[in-house]
Design a protein around this ligand. Structure first.
Ligand code: ADP
Length: 271
């Protein structure tokens, strides 16, 4: 039996919320969902600001945040907790979901559709008006306090028939559809996150727009806001433009030489 890990919120309430530039009405939607005890589903491509948004809102509302990056081995017990060895004794150790419920905090399950099917079983009673978390192993029945909020995200672009949220699960959530931020907003994000000048940021956003227009046929996903920020950080650090674009945008997007050549060609005129 493994030794018990110590679990601390990935974000304790912060004095200052991390920078987040809203795309639309998501801030007030989140606040209302939280106030009324409703769970929230964030949809959208990778790197478009979902995780940053949740971190921002948790800090703004002064709530602890437990973030879990879901993967295909993640089970309900990883979220609720398990008995582990601690100093020779077997003790119950809360998982992140249980901890968030006990503390009245936020539990954020990133890419929730990746998790094993038994995860939905523990989420269902928490996402209707019962707001309860039954812990079979300890015999406890936890009632979520008013502060508790469940937030999940998923990327509809990745989904196939086997891995998508069932209607019976998704209809328990309010939902907000994220896209890449509008060009002027995205440029402001790039400036704020990297410190590059506005012209460089605007050029990178145009470049992303060109790539996003090409996405589909050969590219699984387009250039994210995150990649633009990385590219801008390299440029700000003095890296030559073309090298920064290659390392932060072209190489992360594809392994296929023909696709990479196509990308380079498509954006060459913008550099
Ligand atoms: P996701 O969770 O959607 O995959 P993230 O929230 O991790 O994406 O966003 C990736 C990065 O992009 C963030 O670390 C941040 O630098 C930047 N970012 C994207 N959108 C925004 C935004 N609206 N405001 C501030 N930063 C943003």
């Amino acid at each position: 039996m493994p030794d018990a890990p110590t679990l601390s919120p990935s974000t304790a309430p912060l004095a200052e919320a991390p920078f987040y530039l809203p795309q639309g009405s998501e801030v007030s939607l989140f606040e209302q969902a939280q106030r009324h005890g409703l769970p929230l589903l964030l949809k959208g491509p990778t790197g478009c600001g979902k995780t940053r948004f949740v971190a921002h809102m948790a800090a703004r509302l002064g709530l602890p945040l437990y973030t879990v990056a879901c993967h295909d081995d993640l089970t309900a017990a990883d979220l609720t907790g398990r008995y582990l060895l601690k100093g020779g004794e077997t003790v119950w150790v809360d998982g992140p979901l249980t901890r968030a419920v006990r503390e009245g905090g936020i539990c954020y399950l990133d890419e929730v559709v990746e998790a094993r099917k038994d995860v939905t079983v523990v989420l269902h009673p928490l996402t209707d008006d019962r707001r309860i978390l039954p812990l079979e192993r300890t015999g406890e029945l936890l009632e979520a306090p008013p502060g508790f909020m469940l937030v999940v995200s998923y990327n509809p672009g990745y989904q196939n028939i086997l891995k998508s949220l069932k209607p019976s699960t998704r209809q328990r959530f309010l939902a907000f559809d994220f896209a890449y931020p509008a060009p002027d907003l995205e440029a402001r994000v790039v400036v704020s996150e990297s410190g590059v000048d506005t012209e460089t940021a605007a050029m990178l956003v145009r470049l992303a727009g060109r790539i996003r227009g090409m996405a589909g046929a050969d590219l699984e996903e387009a250039a994210s806001t995150r990649l633009l920020v990385y590219c801008a950080i390299l440029i700000k650090a003095g890296r030559p433009l073309r090298e920064a674009v290659r390392a932060a945008i072209i190489e992360p997007l594809s392994d296929d030489p023909a696709v990479k050549a196509g990308l380079s060609e498509a954006i060459a005129a913008l550099l």
